[in-house]
Design a protein around this ligand. Structure first.
Ligand SMILES: NC(=O)c1ccc[n+]([C@@H]2O[C@H](COP(=O)([O-])OP(=O)(O)OC[C@H]3O[C@@H](n4cnc5c(N)ncnc54)[C@H](O)[C@@H]3O)[C@@H](O)[C@H]2O)c1
Length: 264
């Protein structure tokens, strides 16, 4: 479905991002990943299993301003690091880019009355600014390479639709609301370049992000109509669909994949 296309996934070392990278590769796309942690073995298997090209961005002797680091990963919350990552990716993949999935994100479990500026800033700089500028740099690259299959898939959350009953995540909900709200406005501006922009809003997914709440698992199951928590593979199909021409008339929309949590 996406054979010969090139995708970039942030936060693709593990969890939902890794599943998106795998799904896009299974559909035939070459996949590059930006992340700050080393990739799961499952990422390293994609290239051979799917017969596509993959790349994970990590640098030796990376220069950031006046500072030279021996080892750096692409941190989407740093403008310099993100731009360096895109420059390198652009060179490696001959400017090809058709699909971008800004997925990297963090959560903080803290009561509203105890949230600090620093905690909130961390969330904003990754979940909002990092995602926004990933999408912007991707769009610039897609415009310059004149792809006719441009698709940007922003990862929001069901937390952009509801207060998450069992968690203390007011700032997280706000960041995901920002992602969902910015989507139609970006979609409108990129329509003239034939680039579509949509969001996915996952429900409870079994990843590192939710692993710190084992005591909440049973409650989450009972919140879903189907009585279970999603695996990242359950969310993957929505990403593959939005990346492909099967969704060619969809832009500015949100797909909720939550086992019905927000619907009853
Ligand atoms: N797990 C869930 O229940 C759930 C539900 C709704 C939405 N989401 C969203 O899905 C996305 C993926 O989350 P996940 O559940 O797979 O969590 P995860 O923690 O397993 O994956 C997040 C990835 O983002 C990377 N990342 C974090 N900060 C980064 C930075 N500054 N630069 C580059 N990479 C960075 C992490 O290293 C990690 O690989 C997030 O945006 C999250 O908000 C998750």
């Amino acid at each position: 479905m996406s054979k010969g296309r090139t995708a970039l996934v942030t936060g693709g070392a593990r969890g939902c991002g890794l599943a998106f990278a795998r799904g896009l590769a299974e559909a035939g796309a070459n996949v590059a990943v930006f992340d700050v942690v080393s990739p799961d073995d499952a990422f390293n298997a994609i290239e051979k299993d799917c017969g596509v090209r993959t790349a994970f961005y990590r640098y030796e002797n990376l220069r950031l301003g006046n500072r030279v680091t021996n080892w750096a990963r692409v941190d989407i919350s740093s403008q310099e690091s993100l731009e360096e990552g895109f420059t390198k990716f652009q060179m490696d993949f001959d400017n090809a880019l058709d699909i971008c999935v800004p997925c990297a994100g963090i959560n903080r479990h803290l009561p509203f009355l105890e949230f600090t500026y620093k905690d909130h800033q961390d969330l904003l700089s990754i979940n909002v600014l990092g995602l926004y500028f990933t999408a912007q740099l991707a769009a610039k690259q897609m415009i310059s390479n004149k792809t006719t299959h441009g698709s940007i898939i922003l990862v929001a959350s069901m937390a952009s639709h509801i207060a998450v009953r069992s968690q203390l995540c007011s700032a997280y909900c706000g960041t995901k609301g920002a992602v969902k709200s910015m989507c139609p406005a970006i979609a409108k501006e990129l329509a003239e370049y034939n680039i579509r922009v949509n969001t996915i809003s996952p429900g409870y997914v079994r990843t590192e992000m939710t692993a710190s709440f084992p005591h909440l698992l049973e409650g989450w199951k009972s919140e879903a109509m189907n009585g279970r928590i999603a695996d990242p593979e359950d969310i993957m199909g929505a990403c593959v669909f939005l990346a492909s021409d099967a969704s060619s008339y969809m832009t500015g929309s949100d797909i909720v994949v939550d086992g019905g949590v927000t619907r009853w």
